[in-house]
Design a protein around this ligand. Structure first.
Ligand code: NDP
Ligand code: 8X3
Length: 249
């Protein structure tokens, strides 16, 4: 029985990954700050299948305590799903809140790098897999995407760079790059404004957390000689817009 660690398991894509991996016969460690949600997953899936780890990914000491306290059955991690992340705000850079930028960088970049570094020795020993949640925002800039897009471009490039470094170890690394997935993402981005989230997704038939979770599971379930480097995915109703042009007259 293999074990996956999914960061950001309290909601959206991460929560769906927990269910998908558990249904496929994996043990799953789920992390997040909202203990009640992790406990609910544990109640649903059973303590022999799901182990909750409550910590803020930016708090390395809390993370290390949680990892050191893993039950023996969950201690060997075969797949790290680096999913925890967020966007804050959609304002132009010149009006953005620097603290929001710091929070995105600390969560989406610094914590993800640190978690990866922490688990790499074990993943190498077990010839495991790392799946990173990047975004279409890594490749396609949009107004107000500034630092969020920058963090996701980092995630994509970090994943590809890891592939290079880990050559010969048997460890597989993948960057998953979704477009619009209806989760709590847009509510969080808009400071808790559920109506803004509902308006964005209305009539779009967006991707679901489960759509992405099935891709993550598929990537992690490939035969050992197959590495999916990157996967970009959008809802059919989302596509590309043209360049914007500012006119001086
Ligand atoms: P949600 O807001 O639904 O879920 C985000 C998850 O990240 C939650 O479980 C949250 O847990 C966790 N998280 C955020 N900050 C922290 C923190 N400081 N410490 C611990 N956990 C944290 O969003 P999604 O499921 O949509 O997002 C998951 C990932 O997918 C993100 O990296 C996002 O950038 C990416 N993505 C999302 C897309 C979308 O359209 N939804 C598209 C492309 C990529 P808690 O609050 O309990 O700590
Ligand atoms: C989330 C998708 O298009 O809002 O990464 O940036 S988008």
């Amino acid at each position: 029985m293999k074990t996956a660690l999914v960061t950001g398991a309290t909601s959206g894509i991460g929560e769906a990954c927990v269910r998908a991996f558990a249904a496929a016969g994996w043990r799953v460690i789920g992390t997040g700050r909202r203990e009640d949600r992790l406990q609910a997953l544990c109640d649903e899936l059973g303590a022999d299948v799901f182990h909750p780890c409550v910590f803020d990914v930016r708090d390395e000491a809390a993370r290390d305590r949680a990892l050191e306290g893993l039950p023996e059955a969950f201690a060997g991690i075969d797949c790290l799903v680096n999913n925890a992340g967020l966007a804050l705000g959609l304002t132009d850079a010149q009006e953005a809140d620097l603290d929001d930028w710091r929070t995105m960088i600390d969560t989406n970049v610094t914590a993800l790098v640190s978690m990866t570094h922490k688990l790499l020795p074990g993943l190498i020993a077990r010839k495991g897999a790392i799946v990173m949640l990047s975004s279409v925002a890594a490749t396609y800039p949009y107004t107000g995407g500034n630092v969020y897009g920058g963090t996701k471009a980092f995630v994509r490039q970090f994943a590809l760079g890891l592939r290079s470094d880990l050559s010969g170890t048997g460890v597989r690394v993948t960057s998953i790059e979704p477009g619009m997935v209806e989760t709590e993402f847009t509510t969080v981005r808009n400071g808790g404004d559920q109506a803004a989230s509902d308006a964005l997704y209305a009539g779009v038939n967006p991707l679901t957390g489960q759509d992405i979770a099935e891709m993550v599971l598929w990537v992690a379930s490939q035969p050992p000689h197959v590495n999916i480097n990157a996967m970009e995915v959008m809802p059919v109703n989302q596509s590309f817009a043209g360049f914007k042009v500012a006119r001086e007259t």
